[in-house]
Ligand binder design. Structure first.
Ligand code: FES
Length: 280
């Protein structure tokens, strides 16, 4: 696990976790998988860094015979030392009888490894290896890659249903988000949390989601996707103003009208009060 300066989980993990520690985690959730009624027979996986993990699972299932689909993977890394599962992917490719193909794309200046592309995953590169008229495109990686790929995928003029984006958690550096009132991210507010008959008063940084503010204060708030999509953290905003990231606003229309928010994608613009369901 790479440490992120002033990060939420990684700082804590590096300071407190030892090798051998056992953790309880939730099971995987979401819709980032091949659905034959929805997706094409070939998936083009666009991955960067640890975004390779869902495609590694798909490649394993293809080789095991439990997933009937072909996988073309364009996998970006900054250089050879950052290519994850290189040997394993090579082996899966060899065992797949042509159903899995992996193309490594390295952004460093000099690429010596045979068969690798140099640069970034562009529309031209996708046209070179994939067939935009039939393939489904699955994207998994960091936010910066998504920002870049939005423009590249638009050039392919794909129908929406043939592009799937894995959610990546809360926005990093919300201060850079267009539309956020500029001083908001640097300020800190008070948040009143009502849950199960208890009332908590906790600080809430303008630069972090309300979900993170609750977790920093040790409040067990429900969450799953942490990206505004699943609705698992759905809470009522009883008072105050929040900024909701438009790309991560997965609320139903009725919830918007009746004052419900998803704390994982809501950032305080004032002191706020929320009614939060119990976790679990
Ligand atoms: S955790 Fe999924 S919407 Fe908040």
């Amino acid at each position: 696990m790479r440490r992120v300066e002033d990060g939420f989980l990684t700082d804590h993990a590096w300071a407190n976790w030892d090798v051998g520690l056992r953790l309880n985690t939730s099971a995987p959730v979401g819709t980032f998988y091949h659905e034959p009624l929805r997706d094409a027979e070939r998936i083009v996986g666009l991955a960067w860094g640890t975004g390779i993990t869902p495609f590694r699972s798909m490649a394993r299932e293809i080789v095991a015979g439990s997933l009937e689909v072909r996988l073309l993977l364009l996998y970006g890394s900054s250089d050879e030392t950052h290519m994850l599962f290189y040997e394993e992917l090579k082996q899966l490719e060899a065992q797949s009888e042509g159903r899995v193909r992996v193309v490594h794309v390295l952004s460093c200046e000099e690429v010596t490894l045979e068969g690798c592309e140099q640069g970034f995953i562009t529309a031209d590169m996708m046209r070179k290896y994939a067939d935009p008229s039939t393939d489904s495109f699955f994207v998994c990686g960091p936010q910066v890659m998504y920002d870049f790929l939005q423009g590249q995928l638009e050039q392919l003029d794909l129908p929406r249903r043939r592009v799937r984006w894995e959610v990546y958690g809360e926005r990093k550096d919300i201060a850079l988000q267009p539309g956020l009132p500029s001083p908001a991210a640097g300020l800190s507010y008070e948040m009143i949390v009502r849950q199960n008959g208890d009332v908590y008063r906790v600080p809430a940084r303008g630069s972090e989601s309300l979900l993170v503010a609750m977790e920093r204060a040790g409040i067990a708030a429900p969450s799953q996707c942490r990206s505004g999509e699943c609705g698992f953290c759905r809470s009522r905003l009883a008072a105050g103003d929040v900024y909701i990231v438009p790309d991560s606003d997965g609320r139903r229309e009725a919830d918007r009208v009746y004052g419900f928010i998803h704390p994982c994608s809501s950032y305080p613009l004032s002191d706020v009060e929320v009614q939060v369901p119990p976790a679990g």
